[in-house]
Write a protein that binds this ligand. Structure first.
Ligand code: ZN
Length: 496
C-alpha cells in the first residue's frame, strides 16, 4: 500500500471519534519465563551476557542437534494458566513456525499452534474500590521459544545479531477482543503483570524485554455487532506506549471511516518519539508461517496429578491479598492496593505487622516514609536497609511515647543511613523523649522569660497562646520534650 494511505491522520478531536465509534482491542502478551536455562537446551538465559556467549548447537539450529524440553518451562506455564483459570489440555503439541529472519538461525521457531497448552481463561479487573468490575477472556496460552536479537543501532552501516535470546522460553497470553478503551487495556496489562510477578513465573521486566505486548485494534460504529477490520500494533515497550498507540491508531481508523475509506489489515509500528503509528514494511509482516508439528518433539502430556500439584502450590494472588488486607487488617481499598502493589512490599508490611501489631500505623509508615525513602534512593524494598523488625522496633518506641513523632522521623532517616537500630540511635542522638519535670520546667522558665508578652497575655486569658508557647518549649528541647506534659506544666505555671 502507498504511504499516503497510511500517513498520520489530520488532527481530529478524540471526543468526536469516541461518540461515533467504539474501540475494540485484543492483546497478545509475550512473557519471558523465569528459568535458568533455555526451553530446549542447557544454555543460560541470563540477560546482559556477552553477545553470542549463551549458545549451543541446539539453539543455533546446527544439523543433527535435537531439542529436549525443559520441564521447568511447563511448570511455569501451567502455573500462569492455572492462575488465569484456563482449561488446561492434557495433550498439547509443539509446532514449527517457519519464517526467515537473520536472528532466527533454525529458520523456524518452536511454538504451539492448533493444540496449545491452555485455552478459555479469564482475568478479573478491579476498580479503585477493590471490586471486580469486568473480566477479560483469555483465548489461549501457549509455550514458545524466543528468537535472537537484531541490533541495528550499534554499528554504523551494519546490523549485528545476538543469539543469546534464541531459545529462551516464553508463554504467549492472548485475549479475546474484550477491551473497549486504551485505559481498559492498560488496566488489564497492569493486573496481568502484577499476577505474573506474584506467581514468580517471570521477572516481568519490560525494559529487558521480559514482557512484550502486541495489540490488535479496530473501530466500529457504536452499537454495531460485527467487528471492524483490525490492525496490529507493535513496538510497544511500555504500558503507557500501549495506551497512547491505541488512541493514535483508533483516531487514525475513525478518520478513515469518517471519510468513507476502509481500514487495511496490516501491522502498524508505534513511534514513541513522534507519538504516531506507521505501517510496517511488508517484509516485517509475513503471516504465512506454514505451521506443522515439530517431528523432533513428542506431544506434551501433562498428567492430572501434575496439574493438581501446581494448583495446590499456587501462592496467594493479588486480589485475594487485597481482600485479606481489608478484612483482617481493616485497611481501606486504597491502602490495600498500594501495599500489595508488589509481592515483596506486601511481605515487608506483613512482617512488620507481625512484630508491631498495629496494622494501620505500620501501613502509614510503609506507604509514607518507607516508600518515599525507596523512591528517593531508587531502591527496591528487598535492598532496603531498614528491615521489617527494625521498623517495628521504631514503632514500639513511638507507641510507648519513648520518642516523639518528629524524633521518630529523624531516627528513621538515621537508620537508613547507618543501618543501626532505632533504640540505639535514639540513645546516641539524645532523641529519647524527656519527661523529667525538672528539665521540662527549666525549658518552660526560659521560654516564659524570652516570650514575656505572649506569656502574660496567655496568663490573662488568651488561652490559644498556650499552644504557641508549647511550640517554643518543644523547639528549645529540640523536639525531645513530651508535649503533653509540657502542656500541663505550662498551664500550671501560667495559672490557666
Ligand atoms: Zn543452547
Amino acid at each position: 500500500m502507498s504511504v499516503r494511505e497510511t500517513a498520520a491522520p489530520d488532527a481530529i478531536p478524540a471526543a468526536h471519534a469516541d461518540t461515533r465509534y467504539e474501540m475494540v482491542v485484543g492483546l497478545e502478551v509475550h512473557v519471558q519465563l523465569l528459568t535458568r536455562t533455555k526451553a530446549f537446551c542447557l544454555c543460560a538465559t541470563n540477560f546482559g551476557a556477552p553477545p553470542n556467549s549463551n549458545v549451543c548447537p541446539v539453539c543455533l539450529g546446527l544439523p543433527g542437534a535435537l531439542p529436549v524440553l525443559n520441564e521447568r518451562v511447563v511448570d511455569l506455564a501451567l502455573r500462569a494458566a492455572t492462575a488465569l483459570e484456563c482449561r488446561l489440555h492434557e495433550t498439547s503439541v509443539f509446532a514449527r513456525k517457519n519464517y526467515f529472519y537473520p536472528d532466527l538461525p533454525k529458520g523456524y521457531q518452536i511454538s504451539q499452534y492448533d493444540r496449545p497448552l491452555a485455552t478459555e481463561g479469564h482475568l478479573a479487573i478491579e476498580n479503585a474500590a477493590g471490586e471486580a468490575t469486568s473480566a477479560v477472556r483469555i483465548t489461549r496460552i501457549h509455550i514458545e521459544e524466543d528468537a535472537g536479537k537484531s541490533i541495528h543501532d550499534r554499528f554504523a552501516g551494519a546490523s549485528a545479531i545476538d543469539l543469546n535470546r534464541a531459545g529462551v522460553p516464553l508463554i504467549e497470553i492472548v485475549t479475546e477482543p474484550d477491551l473497549r478503551s486504551a485505559a481498559a487495556a492498560g488496566a488489564y496489562l497492569r493486573t496481568l503483570k502484577q499476577l505474573l510477578e506474584y506467581l514468580e513465573v517471570s521477572d516481568v521486566n519490560m525494559e529487558e524485554g521480559s514482557l512484550r505486548v502486541d495489540a490488535n485494534v479496530s473501530a466500529r460504529p457504536v452499537g454495531a455487532a460485527t467487528l471492524g477490520t483490525k490492525t496490529e500494533l507493535k513496538n510497544l515497550n511500555s504500558f503507557s506506549a500501549v495506551e497512547r498507540a491505541l488512541d493514535a491508531e483508533f483516531a487514525r481508523q475513525c478518520d478513515l471511516l469518517d471519510r468513507g475509506q476502509r481500514v487495511v489489515q496490516q501491522t502498524m509500528l508505534w513511534d514513541a518519539g513522534s507519538s504516531t503509528v506507521r505501517p510496517a514494511r511488508s517484509k516485517e509482516e509475513s503471516h504465512d508461517y506454514r505451521y506443522f508439528p515439530d517431528p523432533d518433539l513428542p506431544p506434551l502430556v501433562v498428567s492430572a496429578d501434575r496439574i493438581a500439584q501446581i494448583r495446590r502450590h499456587l501462592p496467594e494472588l493479588p486480589a485475594a491479598r487485597r481482600a485479606r488486607y481489608r478484612s483482617a487488617f481493616g485497611l481501606n481499598a486504597y491502602d490495600s492496593e498500594v501495599l500489595t502493589a508488589s509481592k515483596s512490599l506486601g511481605d515487608y508490611f506483613e512482617d512488620a505487622v507481625r512484630a508491631h501489631n498495629d496494622p494501620k500505623t505500620v501501613a502509614n509508615w510503609v506507604m509514607g516514609e518507607v516508600r518515599a525513602a525507596l523512591n528517593a534512593s531508587k531502591r527496591e524494598i528487598d535492598q532496603f536497609p531498614v528491615r521489617p523488625a527494625d521498623l517495628a522496633e521504631l514503632l514500639d518506641l513511638l507507641a510507648r511515647d519513648t520518642v516523639s513523632g518528629t524524633a521518630a522521623k529523624r531516627i528513621f532517616a538515621l537508620m537508613i543511613e547507618s543501618g543501626r537500630g532505632a533504640a540505639e540511635i535514639a540513645q546516641r542522638e539524645g532523641l529519647l523523649q524527656v519527661r523529667d519535670d525538672t528539665a521540662l520546667r527549666d525549658w518552660i522558665e526560659q521560654v516564659v522569660v524570652e516570650h514575656e508578652t505572649e506569656a502574660t497575655r496567655c496568663a490573662k486569658g488568651e488561652r490559644k497562646l498556650l499552644g504557641v508557647l508549647v511550640g517554643f518549649v518543644m523547639k528549645k528541647s529540640k523536639g525531645r520534650a513530651d508535649p503533653r506534659r509540657v502542656n500541663q506544666l505550662l498551664a500550671e505555671r501560667l495559672g490557666v
